[in-house]
Design a protein around this ligand. Structure first.
Ligand code: TTP
Ligand code: MG
Length: 386
Protein backbone atom coordinates (compact mmCIF):
# COMPACT_ATOMS: atom_id res chain seq x y z
CA UNK A 1 0.00 0.00 0.00
CA UNK A 2 1.26 3.42 -0.84
CA UNK A 3 0.91 6.18 1.69
CA UNK A 4 -1.52 8.97 0.90
CA UNK A 5 -0.12 12.10 -0.65
CA UNK A 6 -0.62 15.57 0.76
CA UNK A 7 -1.02 18.12 -1.98
CA UNK A 8 -1.49 21.85 -1.53
CA UNK A 9 -3.02 24.13 -4.12
CA UNK A 10 -2.41 27.74 -3.25
CA UNK A 11 -3.82 30.77 -5.04
CA UNK A 12 -3.47 34.37 -3.98
CA UNK A 13 -6.61 36.45 -3.45
CA UNK A 14 -7.39 39.14 -6.03
CA UNK A 15 -3.66 39.14 -6.71
CA UNK A 16 -2.96 42.30 -8.76
CA UNK A 17 -5.63 44.30 -6.91
CA UNK A 18 -4.49 43.11 -3.48
CA UNK A 19 -0.94 44.26 -4.24
CA UNK A 20 -2.26 47.70 -5.23
CA UNK A 21 -4.26 47.91 -2.00
CA UNK A 22 -1.26 46.83 0.00
CA UNK A 23 0.97 49.43 -1.64
CA UNK A 24 -1.62 52.21 -1.48
CA UNK A 25 -3.45 52.22 1.86
CA UNK A 26 -5.96 54.76 0.54
CA UNK A 27 -7.39 52.04 -1.76
CA UNK A 28 -7.99 49.51 1.01
CA UNK A 29 -11.61 48.54 1.55
CA UNK A 30 -12.53 50.13 -1.78
CA UNK A 31 -13.53 48.69 -5.14
CA UNK A 32 -10.28 48.54 -7.13
CA UNK A 33 -10.16 47.48 -10.76
CA UNK A 34 -6.80 46.66 -12.38
CA UNK A 35 -6.72 46.61 -16.16
CA UNK A 36 -7.30 48.85 -19.14
CA UNK A 37 -8.11 52.53 -18.74
CA UNK A 38 -11.90 53.07 -18.99
CA UNK A 39 -11.37 56.61 -20.24
CA UNK A 40 -8.73 56.02 -22.90
CA UNK A 41 -9.38 54.44 -26.29
CA UNK A 42 -13.13 54.64 -25.65
CA UNK A 43 -12.77 52.09 -22.87
CA UNK A 44 -11.45 49.29 -25.03
CA UNK A 45 -9.64 46.49 -23.24
CA UNK A 46 -10.51 44.37 -20.27
CA UNK A 47 -10.36 43.95 -16.53
CA UNK A 48 -7.29 41.95 -15.41
CA UNK A 49 -8.69 41.51 -11.95
CA UNK A 50 -10.50 43.47 -9.27
CA UNK A 51 -10.69 43.61 -5.49
CA UNK A 52 -13.38 41.66 -3.66
CA UNK A 53 -15.12 44.99 -2.93
CA UNK A 54 -15.42 45.52 -6.71
CA UNK A 55 -16.69 41.97 -7.24
CA UNK A 56 -19.82 42.89 -5.26
CA UNK A 57 -20.74 45.14 -8.18
CA UNK A 58 -20.53 42.19 -10.57
CA UNK A 59 -17.11 43.09 -11.96
CA UNK A 60 -14.76 40.21 -12.84
CA UNK A 61 -11.60 39.32 -14.78
CA UNK A 62 -11.78 39.52 -18.59
CA UNK A 63 -14.88 41.73 -18.49
CA UNK A 64 -14.73 44.67 -20.94
CA UNK A 65 -13.47 47.67 -18.98
CA UNK A 66 -16.36 49.82 -20.28
CA UNK A 67 -18.86 47.47 -18.63
CA UNK A 68 -16.87 47.48 -15.39
CA UNK A 69 -16.99 51.27 -15.46
CA UNK A 70 -20.73 51.24 -15.98
CA UNK A 71 -21.20 48.84 -13.07
CA UNK A 72 -19.13 50.91 -10.66
CA UNK A 73 -17.95 54.32 -11.90
CA UNK A 74 -16.62 55.25 -8.46
CA UNK A 75 -14.19 52.33 -8.39
CA UNK A 76 -10.45 53.05 -8.45
CA UNK A 77 -9.23 52.10 -11.94
CA UNK A 78 -5.53 51.26 -12.09
CA UNK A 79 -3.16 50.19 -14.86
CA UNK A 80 -1.36 46.84 -14.75
CA UNK A 81 2.01 47.20 -13.05
CA UNK A 82 3.37 43.83 -14.09
CA UNK A 83 6.92 44.38 -12.87
CA UNK A 84 5.69 44.89 -9.33
CA UNK A 85 3.43 41.80 -9.46
CA UNK A 86 6.28 39.65 -10.76
CA UNK A 87 8.50 40.82 -7.93
CA UNK A 88 5.84 39.79 -5.40
CA UNK A 89 5.34 36.49 -7.21
CA UNK A 90 9.04 35.72 -6.80
CA UNK A 91 8.84 36.47 -3.09
CA UNK A 92 5.87 34.12 -2.79
CA UNK A 93 7.68 31.29 -4.50
CA UNK A 94 10.64 31.80 -2.20
CA UNK A 95 8.32 31.20 0.72
CA UNK A 96 6.82 28.12 -0.99
CA UNK A 97 10.36 26.81 -1.28
CA UNK A 98 10.73 26.81 2.48
CA UNK A 99 7.83 24.35 2.70
CA UNK A 100 8.65 21.87 -0.04
CA UNK A 101 11.04 21.44 -2.94
CA UNK A 102 8.21 19.90 -4.98
CA UNK A 103 6.54 22.96 -6.45
CA UNK A 104 4.65 23.29 -9.72
CA UNK A 105 3.98 26.84 -10.79
CA UNK A 106 0.61 27.17 -12.51
CA UNK A 107 0.47 30.91 -12.99
CA UNK A 108 1.83 34.13 -11.56
CA UNK A 109 -0.12 33.65 -8.30
CA UNK A 110 -0.84 29.93 -8.16
CA UNK A 111 1.04 26.71 -7.47
CA UNK A 112 0.85 23.12 -6.34
CA UNK A 113 3.10 21.94 -3.54
CA UNK A 114 3.58 18.29 -2.67
CA UNK A 115 4.24 18.35 1.06
CA UNK A 116 4.09 14.56 1.56
CA UNK A 117 7.78 14.40 2.36
CA UNK A 118 8.12 17.66 4.29
CA UNK A 119 4.99 18.31 6.39
CA UNK A 120 6.43 16.51 9.41
CA UNK A 121 8.88 19.39 9.73
CA UNK A 122 5.96 21.71 10.45
CA UNK A 123 3.51 19.43 12.28
CA UNK A 124 0.48 18.02 10.50
CA UNK A 125 -0.37 18.78 6.85
CA UNK A 126 -3.04 21.20 8.08
CA UNK A 127 -0.62 22.99 10.39
CA UNK A 128 1.76 23.26 7.45
CA UNK A 129 -0.93 25.08 5.45
CA UNK A 130 -1.68 27.43 8.34
CA UNK A 131 1.99 28.21 8.71
CA UNK A 132 2.38 28.78 4.98
CA UNK A 133 -0.54 31.23 4.95
CA UNK A 134 0.80 32.95 8.05
CA UNK A 135 4.26 33.29 6.59
CA UNK A 136 2.88 34.87 3.41
CA UNK A 137 0.77 37.27 5.44
CA UNK A 138 3.71 38.21 7.61
CA UNK A 139 6.34 38.56 4.92
CA UNK A 140 4.40 39.95 1.99
CA UNK A 141 1.24 41.19 3.66
CA UNK A 142 -1.20 39.43 1.33
CA UNK A 143 -3.84 36.79 1.86
CA UNK A 144 -3.92 33.48 0.05
CA UNK A 145 -6.36 30.62 -0.28
CA UNK A 146 -5.25 27.05 0.17
CA UNK A 147 -6.69 23.66 -0.68
CA UNK A 148 -5.20 20.60 1.00
CA UNK A 149 -6.08 17.17 -0.39
CA UNK A 150 -4.70 13.78 -1.40
CA UNK A 151 -4.49 14.86 -5.06
CA UNK A 152 -4.13 17.88 -7.32
CA UNK A 153 -7.66 17.91 -8.66
CA UNK A 154 -9.32 17.98 -5.25
CA UNK A 155 -6.76 20.45 -3.86
CA UNK A 156 -7.43 22.84 -6.76
CA UNK A 157 -11.18 22.72 -6.24
CA UNK A 158 -10.79 23.08 -2.47
CA UNK A 159 -8.62 26.22 -2.61
CA UNK A 160 -11.38 28.08 -4.45
CA UNK A 161 -14.23 27.30 -2.08
CA UNK A 162 -13.54 29.64 0.81
CA UNK A 163 -11.85 32.54 -0.95
CA UNK A 164 -10.58 34.95 0.23
CA UNK A 165 -8.17 33.84 2.97
CA UNK A 166 -9.54 30.29 2.83
CA UNK A 167 -8.23 26.94 3.93
CA UNK A 168 -10.16 23.85 2.91
CA UNK A 169 -8.89 20.40 3.75
CA UNK A 170 -10.32 17.28 2.16
CA UNK A 171 -9.28 13.92 3.53
CA UNK A 172 -9.18 10.73 1.49
CA UNK A 173 -12.28 9.26 3.10
CA UNK A 174 -14.27 12.47 2.54
CA UNK A 175 -13.44 12.99 -1.13
CA UNK A 176 -16.74 11.79 -2.51
CA UNK A 177 -18.85 13.53 0.12
CA UNK A 178 -16.99 16.73 -0.68
CA UNK A 179 -16.97 16.45 -4.45
CA UNK A 180 -20.28 14.94 -5.47
CA UNK A 181 -22.59 17.84 -4.50
CA UNK A 182 -20.38 20.37 -6.32
CA UNK A 183 -21.28 21.96 -9.65
CA UNK A 184 -19.77 20.08 -12.61
CA UNK A 185 -18.64 23.46 -13.99
CA UNK A 186 -15.72 23.24 -11.56
CA UNK A 187 -14.30 20.35 -13.56
CA UNK A 188 -10.85 21.03 -14.92
CA UNK A 189 -10.64 21.48 -18.66
CA UNK A 190 -14.39 21.68 -19.18
CA UNK A 191 -15.24 24.49 -21.60
CA UNK A 192 -18.62 25.95 -22.42
CA UNK A 193 -19.25 23.35 -25.10
CA UNK A 194 -18.69 20.32 -22.90
CA UNK A 195 -20.64 21.99 -20.12
CA UNK A 196 -23.54 22.40 -22.54
CA UNK A 197 -23.47 18.69 -23.38
CA UNK A 198 -23.35 17.76 -19.70
CA UNK A 199 -26.28 20.01 -18.86
CA UNK A 200 -28.33 18.59 -21.72
CA UNK A 201 -27.80 15.18 -20.18
CA UNK A 202 -28.93 16.58 -16.86
CA UNK A 203 -25.47 16.16 -15.40
CA UNK A 204 -25.22 19.13 -13.04
CA UNK A 205 -22.94 17.88 -10.29
CA UNK A 206 -19.90 15.65 -10.02
CA UNK A 207 -22.20 13.10 -8.38
CA UNK A 208 -24.41 13.07 -11.49
CA UNK A 209 -21.37 12.29 -13.64
CA UNK A 210 -20.03 9.70 -11.21
CA UNK A 211 -23.37 7.88 -11.42
CA UNK A 212 -22.69 7.10 -15.10
CA UNK A 213 -20.59 4.10 -16.05
CA UNK A 214 -17.13 4.66 -17.45
CA UNK A 215 -18.33 3.25 -20.79
CA UNK A 216 -21.11 5.84 -20.99
CA UNK A 217 -18.79 8.71 -20.18
CA UNK A 218 -16.22 7.46 -22.67
CA UNK A 219 -18.86 7.17 -25.36
CA UNK A 220 -19.74 10.81 -24.74
CA UNK A 221 -16.31 12.36 -24.52
CA UNK A 222 -13.94 9.93 -26.21
CA UNK A 223 -10.44 9.78 -24.82
CA UNK A 224 -11.11 12.52 -22.28
CA UNK A 225 -14.10 10.59 -21.01
CA UNK A 226 -12.05 8.19 -18.95
CA UNK A 227 -10.17 11.05 -17.32
CA UNK A 228 -13.43 12.90 -16.56
CA UNK A 229 -14.95 9.77 -15.10
CA UNK A 230 -11.94 9.26 -12.86
CA UNK A 231 -11.99 12.88 -11.70
CA UNK A 232 -15.69 12.58 -10.91
CA UNK A 233 -14.70 9.71 -8.62
CA UNK A 234 -12.03 11.90 -7.06
CA UNK A 235 -9.23 9.89 -8.67
CA UNK A 236 -6.27 11.90 -9.95
CA UNK A 237 -2.83 10.34 -10.07
CA UNK A 238 -1.01 13.26 -11.65
CA UNK A 239 2.20 14.20 -9.92
CA UNK A 240 3.19 17.69 -8.90
CA UNK A 241 5.59 18.39 -11.72
CA UNK A 242 8.70 20.29 -10.91
CA UNK A 243 9.86 22.27 -13.89
CA UNK A 244 12.79 20.41 -15.30
CA UNK A 245 15.94 22.30 -15.79
CA UNK A 246 16.56 22.83 -19.46
CA UNK A 247 20.15 22.06 -20.39
CA UNK A 248 20.13 23.17 -23.98
CA UNK A 249 17.83 24.42 -26.70
CA UNK A 250 18.32 23.30 -30.24
CA UNK A 251 16.66 23.04 -33.58
CA UNK A 252 17.69 21.16 -36.70
CA UNK A 253 16.39 20.50 -40.15
CA UNK A 254 16.96 17.88 -42.82
CA UNK A 255 16.95 19.30 -46.33
CA UNK A 256 14.48 17.79 -48.74
CA UNK A 257 17.44 17.10 -51.00
CA UNK A 258 21.10 17.04 -50.02
CA UNK A 259 22.54 20.39 -50.97
CA UNK A 260 25.70 22.41 -51.55
CA UNK A 261 23.80 25.64 -52.20
CA UNK A 262 25.48 28.19 -49.90
CA UNK A 263 22.57 30.63 -49.90
CA UNK A 264 20.19 27.89 -48.90
CA UNK A 265 22.48 26.49 -46.20
CA UNK A 266 23.26 29.88 -44.68
CA UNK A 267 19.65 30.99 -44.92
CA UNK A 268 18.62 27.84 -43.08
CA UNK A 269 21.24 28.38 -40.38
CA UNK A 270 19.94 31.93 -39.93
CA UNK A 271 16.35 30.79 -39.59
CA UNK A 272 17.38 28.06 -37.12
CA UNK A 273 19.28 30.69 -35.09
CA UNK A 274 16.13 32.80 -34.98
CA UNK A 275 14.02 29.86 -33.86
CA UNK A 276 16.45 28.91 -31.11
CA UNK A 277 16.64 32.54 -30.01
CA UNK A 278 12.85 32.69 -29.84
CA UNK A 279 12.67 29.60 -27.66
CA UNK A 280 15.45 30.84 -25.38
CA UNK A 281 13.57 34.08 -24.90
CA UNK A 282 10.36 32.23 -24.23
CA UNK A 283 12.06 30.19 -21.50
CA UNK A 284 13.91 33.23 -20.17
CA UNK A 285 17.27 31.61 -20.79
CA UNK A 286 20.63 32.75 -22.08
CA UNK A 287 23.55 30.55 -23.03
CA UNK A 288 27.25 30.86 -23.68
CA UNK A 289 27.98 27.89 -25.89
CA UNK A 290 26.77 27.84 -29.47
CA UNK A 291 26.98 24.62 -31.44
CA UNK A 292 26.52 23.91 -35.11
CA UNK A 293 25.65 20.42 -36.27
CA UNK A 294 26.14 19.20 -39.80
CA UNK A 295 25.32 15.85 -41.34
CA UNK A 296 26.76 15.12 -44.77
CA UNK A 297 25.21 13.12 -47.57
CA UNK A 298 27.18 10.08 -46.39
CA UNK A 299 25.53 10.47 -42.93
CA UNK A 300 28.79 11.44 -41.25
CA UNK A 301 27.83 13.90 -38.53
CA UNK A 302 29.94 16.72 -37.15
CA UNK A 303 29.47 19.25 -34.40
CA UNK A 304 31.48 22.43 -33.99
CA UNK A 305 31.09 24.61 -30.92
CA UNK A 306 32.25 27.94 -29.65
CA UNK A 307 31.90 29.47 -26.21
CA UNK A 308 31.41 33.21 -26.41
CA UNK A 309 32.37 35.86 -23.88
CA UNK A 310 28.92 36.69 -22.59
CA UNK A 311 25.49 35.12 -22.25
CA UNK A 312 23.10 35.60 -25.09
CA UNK A 313 19.73 34.75 -26.51
CA UNK A 314 19.93 37.13 -29.43
CA UNK A 315 19.46 35.69 -32.91
CA UNK A 316 22.14 37.88 -34.49
CA UNK A 317 24.79 36.93 -31.91
CA UNK A 318 23.91 33.24 -32.29
CA UNK A 319 24.00 33.48 -36.07
CA UNK A 320 27.35 35.33 -36.06
CA UNK A 321 28.91 32.47 -34.13
CA UNK A 322 27.23 29.84 -36.30
CA UNK A 323 28.25 31.49 -39.52
CA UNK A 324 31.88 31.64 -38.31
CA UNK A 325 31.74 27.95 -37.46
CA UNK A 326 30.21 27.19 -40.83
CA UNK A 327 32.80 29.21 -42.75
CA UNK A 328 35.56 27.21 -41.05
CA UNK A 329 33.95 23.87 -41.74
CA UNK A 330 35.29 21.66 -44.52
CA UNK A 331 32.71 19.40 -46.09
CA UNK A 332 35.28 17.80 -48.39
CA UNK A 333 33.11 18.47 -51.42
CA UNK A 334 30.23 16.49 -49.94
CA UNK A 335 26.68 17.76 -50.00
CA UNK A 336 24.92 18.59 -46.75
CA UNK A 337 21.95 16.58 -45.54
CA UNK A 338 21.12 18.25 -42.22
CA UNK A 339 22.03 21.37 -40.26
CA UNK A 340 21.33 22.22 -36.63
CA UNK A 341 21.86 25.02 -34.12
CA UNK A 342 22.13 24.57 -30.37
CA UNK A 343 22.68 26.96 -27.48
CA UNK A 344 23.75 25.55 -24.11
CA UNK A 345 25.79 26.37 -21.01
CA UNK A 346 23.05 28.38 -19.37
CA UNK A 347 23.54 30.40 -16.30
CA UNK A 348 20.37 31.03 -14.42
CA UNK A 349 19.08 34.59 -14.31
CA UNK A 350 19.60 34.60 -10.57
CA UNK A 351 23.35 34.19 -10.92
CA UNK A 352 23.79 36.55 -13.77
CA UNK A 353 25.62 39.76 -13.03
CA UNK A 354 23.41 42.01 -14.96
CA UNK A 355 21.74 45.30 -14.26
CA UNK A 356 18.60 44.86 -12.20
CA UNK A 357 16.64 46.44 -14.98
CA UNK A 358 17.65 43.77 -17.47
CA UNK A 359 16.79 40.93 -15.13
CA UNK A 360 13.42 42.50 -14.53
CA UNK A 361 12.81 42.79 -18.23
CA UNK A 362 13.64 39.13 -18.74
CA UNK A 363 11.39 38.07 -15.89
CA UNK A 364 8.62 40.20 -17.25
CA UNK A 365 8.97 38.46 -20.58
CA UNK A 366 8.69 35.10 -18.87
CA UNK A 367 5.66 35.87 -16.75
CA UNK A 368 3.82 37.54 -19.58
CA UNK A 369 4.36 34.44 -21.74
CA UNK A 370 2.91 32.31 -18.96
CA UNK A 371 -0.18 34.46 -18.62
CA UNK A 372 -0.54 34.57 -22.41
CA UNK A 373 -0.49 30.79 -22.50
CA UNK A 374 -3.25 30.77 -19.93
CA UNK A 375 -5.53 33.62 -20.95
CA UNK A 376 -4.64 34.25 -24.57
CA UNK A 377 -2.91 37.15 -26.25
CA UNK A 378 -5.64 39.75 -26.11
CA UNK A 379 -5.93 40.16 -22.37
CA UNK A 380 -2.35 40.91 -21.49
CA UNK A 381 -1.72 42.90 -24.59
CA UNK A 382 -4.57 45.25 -23.95
CA UNK A 383 -4.26 45.37 -20.21
CA UNK A 384 -0.55 46.14 -20.46
CA UNK A 385 -0.51 48.64 -23.29
CA UNK A 386 -1.27 51.99 -21.95
P1 TTP B 1 -6.57 34.65 -10.54
O1 TTP B 1 -5.91 33.88 -9.46
O2 TTP B 1 -7.49 33.93 -11.47
O3 TTP B 1 -7.43 35.84 -9.93
P2 TTP B 1 -7.14 36.74 -8.66
O4 TTP B 1 -5.94 36.31 -7.92
O5 TTP B 1 -7.14 38.17 -9.10
O6 TTP B 1 -8.45 36.54 -7.78
P3 TTP B 1 -8.87 35.24 -6.95
O7 TTP B 1 -8.94 35.69 -5.53
O8 TTP B 1 -10.20 34.86 -7.50
O9 TTP B 1 -7.83 34.20 -7.17
O10 TTP B 1 -5.49 35.36 -11.44
C1 TTP B 1 -4.28 35.88 -10.91
C2 TTP B 1 -3.91 37.17 -11.61
O11 TTP B 1 -3.79 36.95 -13.02
C3 TTP B 1 -4.96 38.26 -11.45
O12 TTP B 1 -4.77 38.98 -10.23
C4 TTP B 1 -4.76 39.08 -12.69
C5 TTP B 1 -4.27 38.11 -13.75
N1 TTP B 1 -5.38 37.76 -14.66
C6 TTP B 1 -5.49 38.45 -15.86
O13 TTP B 1 -4.67 39.31 -16.18
N2 TTP B 1 -6.54 38.15 -16.69
C7 TTP B 1 -7.50 37.23 -16.36
O14 TTP B 1 -8.45 37.00 -17.13
C8 TTP B 1 -7.36 36.51 -15.11
C9 TTP B 1 -8.37 35.48 -14.71
C10 TTP B 1 -6.29 36.83 -14.31
MG1 MG C 1 -5.63 34.32 -7.44
Amino acid sequence: MTTAKHIIHIDMDAFFAAIEQRNNPQYRGKPVVVGADPKKGKGRGVVSTCSYEARKFGIHSAMPISIAYRKCPKAVFLPVNMEEYIKVSHQMFEIFNEFSPKIEQISIDEAFLDITGSYHLFGTPRQTCLLLKKQIKKEIRLTSSVGLAPNKFIAKIASDLEKPDGLVQVEQENIKGFLWPLDIGRMWGVGEKTLGILHELNIKTFGDLAAKSMQEVRALFGKNGEHFWQLAHGIDNREVEIEEEIKSISNEITFEQDTADQTMIKGTLLSLSEKVSGRLRKEGLKGKTITMKIRLENFKTFTRAVTIGSLTNYADVIYDAISNLYNNFQSGGKKIRLVGVRVSNFISDEFEFDSGENIQRENLHKAVEKIRDKFGDEIIHRAGSK
